[in-house]
Design a protein around this ligand. Structure first.
Ligand code: PHE
Length: 319
């Protein structure tokens, strides 16, 4: 009987089976217990011997069960913890959080560059009047930019600003020189193809002080180019025309292997100073304006300007 019990105990794989075995042998109606009960039926002289035998059997089985129980419960504990265990070496699941649009990033980068040079960021309205957008900026009545073919008009006198230069006008009217400001913002023109959008983003820079020369302009442009396009970039000035600057320049930036035309610049025209009540014999200044989309396209090799407004998540995630 003991051998049989031991064999069963050895085979037991979990605590439930083991408990069943215990009940089978040592329970109230168990095999060992019923042997005990037979004791009374035996003749007096055989009882002690038999009793000792059954007791031995009981103790042996109980001890064996106890050992096995220890073993099994340790194992079951292990299995339970293995199931609950967390592999702390696995990489965490990343939450996809949004980020600034590439244009906002470029705008911020440029703002930071100019702020570090002592400029202040100023903003103004996108709905302008023709005086701030054209007249104050010395733009003659016959200028093509004034044409309804080129600009978005609400009325004869109200339009969507075609550049952020009117912000400079508003600031000059409000303050006295010297002045060092940058004005980023959306501007509107009737244009649409792979390099033009009817709504795009400009940043204009204006610096006014006494004895400002083209050298100051060139230095500022070079500093800006180096900081956004890299140490090796160079800047080239080509004669051009804008109503509000004299002389005026197209600015090319050397970028790796080609010259790219990315901005317009010049020395503030004395007529602009007169229009805002600054003395042109006392004050001088430079101004330049750049398209942020153009800067981002050059910097990141983006081919189609329309990508900026397509909201294609695959495109946006790249930057
Ligand atoms: N306002 C001009 C434009 O929109 C850019 C410019 C700014 C040119 C300042 C010269 C000086 O094209």
């Amino acid at each position: 009987l003991v051998d049989e019990a031991i064999e069963e105990i050895n085979l037991a794989k979990n605590s439930t089976t083991l408990n069943n075995i215990r009940v089978k042998y040592l329970g109230k109606k168990g095999l060992v217990t019923s042997l005990m009960k037979k004791l009374k039926e035996l003749p007096q002289e055989e009882r002690p011997k038999f009793g000792a035998l059954v007791n031995d059997a009981k103790n042996t089985i109980q001890a064996k069960i106890n050992d096995k129980f220890q073993e099994i419960s340790a194992l079951e504990k292990m299995q339970k913890y293995e199931k609950l265990a967390v592999d702390i070496s696995l990489p965490g699941a990343r939450k996809d959080i949004g980020h600034l649009h590439i244009l906002s990033q470029v705008q911020k980068e440029l703002e930071d560059i100019f702020i570090s040079m002592g400029f202040e960021v100023v903003e103004g309205p996108e709905v302008e009047d023709t005086w701030h957008n054209f007249d104050a900026l010395n733009t003659p009545d016959w200028h093509p930019a004034r044409d309804v073919q080129d600009s978005f008009y609400f009325t004869e006198e109200k339009l969507l600003r075609t550049h952020t230069s009117p912000v400079q006008v508003r600031t000059m009217l409000k303050r006295k020189p010297p002045l060092a400001i940058v004005s980023p913002g959306r501007v509107y023109r009737r244009d649409y193809d792979s390099t033009h959008l009817p709504m795009f983003t400009q940043m204009e820079v204006l610096y006014i002080d006494q004895n400002v020369t083209i050298k100051h302009l060139k230095f500022t442009l070079e500093e800006m180019a180096k900081r956004i396009f890299g140490e090796n970039s160079k800047v080239r000035l080509r004669p051009s025309f804008f109503p509000f600057t004299e002389p005026s320049y197209e600015i090319d930036v050397w970028f790796g292997d080609t010259w790219l035309e990315i901005l317009g610049a010049g020395m503030v025209d004395p007529n602009v100073f007169k229009n805002v009540g600054y003395d042109p014999t006392k004050w001088s200044g430079f101004a330049f304006g750049l398209g942020l989309e153009r800067v981002a396209m050059v910097k990141y090799g983006i081919k189609d300007i329309r990508d900026f407004i397509r909201n294609d998540i695959k495109f946006l995630e790249n930057y």
